[in-house]
Design a protein around this ligand. Structure first.
Ligand code: B12
Ligand code: SF4
Ligand code: SF4
Length: 368
């Protein structure tokens, strides 16, 4: 199985038994009960399903857990450019992982097994099974860290009816290290191997509704996802960053100019991003995120593009976040644009954002 998985392109592969791991179910259920993932449709029933591979395949006996490294070199943060997470700047990993897992499933079927594949979207607790199979350990940033590969690994599984010899868990922990906890700008990581995902920039930049105002300043220049807790993680820093299959599509995908994104409409968005893991939420969510990045950039040169978006963006969600950005910048022209729009804006959410921006609720330095 190991040889077959490696031939398909896996960087590491281990086997877990398909019996539901009770501690993992309990951990998942506790996280959902605490409301750690309030933006997700997860509950105790989902925890039970995700901890039981028979949800994916009747008669499941083993889970073949696969890790694929995706780290490629980053770029220093540049003024005016938004940051995109390493996992999202390449060709969509779901396609590559599905192809790899599909090949592995066919190899299993060739020897008489039945197989179902999973990566990201299926109801299975991928980190829990990978941890149980000894593919790595779950760090305080809650990502699985694979020895020699670090945490920049995608996980995938082939659930099978074959009875395969399971591998033991690693029994490794982070010890006294807490670098990721200290590096997280929003305080999402508690330090006890759990996360309040409601505060996680990765979650905030991928959700569809408004981003809570109090958290917007903490997002900094992240346009999509966030890598800060992994960037400081010693085993991840020591791992190679040469996953050529996941190289950035181009310089614009890796670090787009935030002001350009604010003008991005659906057709151009599809042309640029349909092939990436950044394409699934649509153009308006990316424009909303660009507005937050511009608000955090505090650059008066961005006021004209924000002013145009406040007047003409078709989405109230975007206009609302643009209003916030203008309020943050707070220049006379920015405030004049807000006052002008308040006279014609009809959407309640956008009106509320404009009023808050004019009250200067989000000013970085309160004006005396
Ligand atoms: C929802 C989701 C998110 C949410 C919530 C993240 C979270 N930490 O739960 C958000 C949007 C925030 C997110 C962000 C990211 N995600 Co995500 N996400 C998922 C998804 C779809 C479900 C995860 C889930 O159920 N979470 C609920 C929590 C409670 O469960 P859990 O983290 O999976 O695992 C817990 C249990 O397993 C339990 N546990 C069980 N047994 C044991 C044993 C021990 C010893 C310990 C300590 C714990 C433990 O503790 C774990 C940690 O809390 C999975 C795919 C999947 N189906 O699993 C991808 C997945 C977890 N995401 C992934 C990635 C790459 C990311 C990002 C790095 C992307 C980015 N750069 O922005 C960030 C990382 C942020 C972070 N610090 O976690 C990868 C992780 C790969 C890895 N090496 O771990 C996955 C597995 C997708 C994939 N197939 O590769 N994600
Ligand atoms: S991804 Fe960013 S916001 Fe989320 S836990 Fe890690 S450092 Fe914090
Ligand atoms: S930074 Fe340190 S504490 Fe955080 S996951 Fe990495 S090794 Fe663990």
């Amino acid at each position: 199985m190991l040889a077959a998985a490696r031939a398909c392109g896996a960087d590491a592969v281990r086997i877990a038994p398909a019996t539901p791991p009770e501690p993992a179910r309990a951990r998942l259920a506790a996280a959902f009960a605490r409301g750690d993932l309030a933006a997700w449709p997860y509950d105790a029933a989902y925890a039970a399903a995700a901890a039981d591979p028979r949800t994916l395949l009747d008669g499941a006996r083993s889970v073949v857990c696969v890790a694929v490294a995706y780290a490629t070199p980053g770029r220093p943060d540049r003024r005016g450019h938004g940051r995109v997470s390493n996992y999202a700047w390449s060709e969509d990993y779901h396609r590559r992982m599905r192809a790899l897992l599909g090949e592995l499933a066919r190899a299993i079927e060739d020897i008489g097994g039945v197989a179902a594949i999973a990566c990201d979207t299926a109801p299975i607790a991928e980190r829990a099974f990978a941890e149980r199979a000894g593919l790595g350990w779950i760090g305080k940033h809650t990502n699985l860290i694979a020895p020699g590969l670090g945490s920049y690994v995608f996980l995938g599984e082939v659930v099978t009816s074959l009875e395969l010899a399971p591998d033991p868990p690693l029994r490794k922990t982070c010890g006294s290290c807490a670098r990721c906890v200290d590096a997280c700008p929003t305080g999402a990581l508690r330090g006890d191997y759990t996360i309040d995902a409601n505060r996680c920039i990765s979650d905030l930049t991928q959700r569809v509704g408004p981003i809570p105002r109090a958290l917007r300043p903490l997002i900094g220049s992240w346009l999509w996802g966030c890598d800060l807790c992994q960037e400081v993680c010693p085993p991840t820093q020591r791992a190679p960053r040469d996953a050529r299959a996941f190289a950035p599509l181009d310089a614009v995908t890796r670090a787009p100019v935030a002001a350009d994104l604010l003008r991005l409409r659906s057709a151009e968005f599809k042309r640029r991003y349909a092939r990436t893991a950044l394409g699934w939420r649509g153009a308006a969510v990316l424009r909303r995120n660009a507005a937050v990045v511009l608000g955090n950039g505090l650059d008066r040169a961005d006021v004209p593009v924000l002013e145009a978006a406040l007047a003409a963006d078709p989405h109230p969600l975007v206009r609302g976040h643009v209003a916030w950005a203008l309020g943050r910048i707070g220049s006379p022209r920015a405030l004049a644009a807000l006052r002008a729009r308040l006279r014609t804006e009809t959407d309640a959410l956008a009106v509320d954002e404009i009023r808050a921006a004019l009250r200067r609720d989000s000013q970085p330095h309160p004006v005396a």
